[in-house]
Design a protein around this ligand. Structure first.
Ligand code: HEM
Length: 177
């Protein structure tokens, strides 16, 4: 059922004018790849730095709130561009991603990381003034930051692994995922 739906999505994408436009140039994929790598790299680096700070690293050097304010402004922008370039990949090789389970896992992990971030901002940061600097953040904040780190690292691992999965064009025999 789900697989059928994904195949239909691939077929619909393949008929799209944007797919036709991208198919005109050999450079469509590499250009998209560069944009995706630069933007997700900026976003991922920001998340790593923020999560390290929320784990308590650097608490004698910089405040949590300053770190958050500075990084989130850039990270939101980078994330928006990463999502846009990620979606545009679909139009370059429409038959590849919707049916790829590593890609599906990556999307699920992004949703989970987003929910974790939302939970942290809604429920765990109310008393941030008490541990803004020189004090280790509360355990619940550190657990959420550690979870965030694991989820974003897994997103990056899945992103990279898509190219080695069994359903991908290269078809590595030892990685029949
Ligand atoms: C909704 C958002 C996103 C979509 C739809 C998306 C989609 C994609 C697609 C289709 C690829 C190409 C895979 C390939 O053919 O090799 C890719 C690559 C990748 N993505 Fe994303 N992506 C998104 C967000 C992110 C984010 C937020 C991160 C990291 C935090 C990320 C990390 C990666 C990595 C590491 C690669 C491999 C790049 C390489 O080849 O070196 N993506 N993504």
């Amino acid at each position: 059922m789900f697989d059928d739906l994904m195949r239909q999505l691939s077929a619909a994408l393949a008929e799209n004018w944007l797919t036709e436009l991208f198919s005109l140039s050999y450079y469509s994929f590499p250009v998209m790849e560069v944009i995706h790598v630069v933007t997700y790299g900026t976003f991922f680096g920001g998340m790593m730095m923020l999560d390290f700070r929320l784990l308590g690293i650097g608490r004698f050097i910089i405040s949590s709130q300053q770190t958050m304010r500075f990084i989130l402004r850039i990270a939101w922008f980078a994330f928006a561009l990463a999502v846009t370039s990620g979606i545009l990949f679909f139009f370059v090789t429409p038959w590849e991603y919707p049916v790829n389970w590593i890609f599906q896992l990556k999307m699920l992990l992004i949703v989970l990381a987003g929910l974790n971030a939302l939970f942290m901002h809604k429920f765990l940061l109310a008393d941030i003034d008490h541990w803004d600097m020189n004090v280790a953040p509360p355990m619940k904040v550190r657990i959420s930051a550690a979870l965030s780190l694991c989820l974003w690292v897994s997103v990056v691992a899945c992103g990279r692994l898509i190219a080695y999965s069994g359903s991908y064009g290269l078809n590595y025999p030892l990685f029949a995922l």
